[in-house]
Write a protein that binds this ligand. Structure first.
Ligand code: ADP
Length: 227
């Protein structure tokens, strides 16, 4: 049997340790995501969802516990190796698109590939292909400000997948959109994820969207249920 794409064990995270404001955000959190699996993370605001996604995506370190991506232990790696692993293995999507405003859609999707050493022609060809797959090829030369919220978010999905990560982490990826647009844009994301066989952990408040994934995990008061 293949290794889980993401595996977390015994994850602990406390902010403001030793201060009156100490807050134990994650308590003995464990989860495994298998290849091709799409998992919903449902949590009330403040429950520690962003902290968990940041730890899983190597943007933050836990106080204790193990983070494995593709079977490889990530805790204890040097900053340089963590950054390299993050860039090649993990794609991120946030609630807000975070596209670079002075660059076109095409350039926004090509740039992470260029940073990874891909030649310009090849990076732009892949960017065009990804934009076409989510239905925004006609916006390739537009800057973010010239696109709708749904289009911006579709471009952000393409950027997250540009370097062919093993794992997609998304924090309320359609949370900024009206319900109808959110539904369509989420559909585009799911199609893209399914087509590429990617594994994903997608945080959402929207229970209907959560039901469209393979499995639902609930995070409440720092504890994960349904794993
Ligand atoms: P969620 O994404 O579920 O809303 P977060 O993971 O952002 O929750 O935050 C969980 C809790 O940890 C919140 O109470 C938040 O205020 C606190 N918190 C988050 N980041 C920090 C930090 N850097 N320093 C102190 N407290 C933090």
């Amino acid at each position: 049997m293949s290794d889980p794409v993401l595996s977390l064990h015994g994850i602990e995270k406390t902010y403001n340790k030793g201060l009156p404001s100490e807050i134990r955000v994650l308590r003995d959190v464990g989860l495994e995501i298998m290849p091709g699996e799409v998992v919903a993370l449902v949590a009330p605001s403040g429950a520690g969802k962003s902290t968990l996604l940041h730890i899983a995506g190597l943007l933050d370190t836990p106080d204790a516990g193990s983070v494995r991506i593709g079977g490889e232990e990530m805790t204890g790696l040097s900053d340089r190796r963590r950054t390299a692993a993050r860039r090649s293995d993990v794609g991120f999507v946030y609630q807000f698109h975070h596209l670079l405003p002075e660059f076109s859609a095409l350039e926004n999707v090509a740039l992470p590939q260029r940073a990874d050493g891909v030649a310009r022609g090849e990076a732009e060809a892949r960017a065009r292909e990804l934009l076409a797959r989510v239905g925004v090829e006609a916006r390739a030369d537009h800057r973010p400000a010239q696109m709708s919220g749904g289009e911006q978010q579709r471009v952000a999905f393409c950027r997250a997948l540009a370097n062919r990560p093993r794992l997609l982490l998304a924090d309320e990826p359609t949370g900024n959109l009206d319900p109808e647009t959110s539904d369509r844009v989420f559909g585009a994301l799911m199609e893209l994820v399914r087509d590429t066989g990617l594994s994903a952990l997608i945080a959402t408040h929207n229970l209907e969207l959560a039901q469209r994934m393979d499995r639902v995990l609930r995070l409440d008061a720092g504890e994960l249920a349904g794993a």
